[in-house]
Write a protein that binds this ligand. Structure first.
Ligand SMILES: [Zn+2]
Ligand SMILES: [Zn+2]
Ligand SMILES: [Zn+2]
Ligand SMILES: [Zn+2]
Length: 252
């Protein structure tokens, strides 16, 4: 038990440490942590993709960027969310954003995308979170959502009320024994009526929004979005406006 608690503490410390890197780029923690993670030259047995992963990771969060990769004018890499955070944090402090590695100024105009890194990262292997088989990153989404045998899926008779959920691998076996197809016409109609009621509720919300947007007298107000952070999710940046009345409701 004590050991488990220790592990938990370790995890918490790591999390807050990486948060510090993200929000206080002046700290020297970022580069030194990167060295710890990427200092793999002493271990020649490590595979090429792992060594590449260490080189192509984001300088701030040390993860492999899932989409766009930005670089400072000296070539240091940042994933899109970290890049946006650096710019937003600098704006909060009324300063210019700087690269966490070399301190050179970064902005939307001075930083550029690095397509070669983006493409290389998309070819690196990643483990499926359901079946743990390894795939190139660019195809993992399709595999996890459409073809993985271990992904959670529903029964093909869900539209007539079957609530079964389970691994795709056993969905066929369930459907072969599913009781839904044996329902009487009356029971199927009841199930369809429930489904239609849900669809009608959703439609009502959309119709309300469309009605609001179709008002003839529309006035425009400028709203200022103020960035703020909470103690609970220090690494997340939120934006808020002052409360304002509209369509009989108060918004913010
Ligand atoms: Zn990052
Ligand atoms: Zn740099
Ligand atoms: Zn899988
Ligand atoms: Zn079923």
């Amino acid at each position: 038990m004590a050991e488990a608690l220790d592990n938990d503490n370790d995890t918490v410390m790591c999390d807050s440490e990486s948060t510090m890197i993200a929000s206080h780029v002046e700290d020297d923690e970022g580069p030194s942590r990167k060295k710890r993670k990427t200092g793999t030259n002493e271990e020649p047995s490590e595979r090429l993709e792992q060594r590449l992963g260490g080189i192509l990771c984001c300088a701030v969060c040390l993860d492999l960027p899932p989409a766009a990769v930005y670089q400072c004018s000296n070539g240091h890499l940042m994933c899109a969310p970290c890049f946006t955070h650096l710019l937003a944090d600098a704006r909060l402090r009324d300063e210019s954003a700087t690269c966490p590695n070399c301190r050179i100024e970064i902005s939307r105009t001075s930083a550029s995308r690095n397509l070669a890194v983006e493409k290389t990262v998309s070819e690196l292997p990643i483990e499926c979170r359901h079946c743990t088989h390894v795939f190139p990153r660019h195809s993992i989404e399709h595999h996890e959502e459409k073809t993985c045998e271990e992904r959670v899926t529903g029964c093909k008779f869900a539209s007539i009320g079957c609530l079964w959920r389970g691994a795709a691998r056993v969905a066929g076996a369930h459907e072969a024994t599913c009781e839904r197809p044996a329902l009487s016409a009356g029971e199927v109609l009841d199930a369809l009526a429930v489904r239609e009621r849900c669809a009608a509720d959703q439609l009502r919300v959309y119709t309300q929004i469309f009605d609001m947007l179709s008002y003839e007298k529309i006035t425009f107000n400028d709203l200022q979005l103020k960035p703020y952070r909470t103690d609970e999710f220090v690494h997340k940046l939120y934006y808020e406006t002052l409360r304002f009345p509209s369509f009989g409701h108060h918004w913010c």
